[in-house]
Design a protein. Structure first.
Length: 61
């Protein structure tokens, strides 16, 4: 579970960096797509960690 916490922490840092930086106007489409993809990845990772910790691991302990 420590591995998941560190992955989520790194993901949070990456999201914070994305919020702190302002994209150039010409790169708007790229940055928008990158932000959308990162949010989707973050949601998937959080769902995976929850599924693994709440449903799968307790069955084997």
């Amino acid at each position: 579970m420590a591995k998941h916490r560190s992955q989520l922490a790194l993901l949070g840092e990456l999201q914070d960096l994305g919020k702190a930086s302002e994209a150039p106007a010409a790169a708007h489409t790229f940055w928008h797509a990158l932000g959308f993809g990162l949010k989707e990845f973050a949601d998937d990772l959080r769902a995976y960690v929850h599924l693994k910790n709440a449903l799968l691991f307790p069955r084997f302990l």
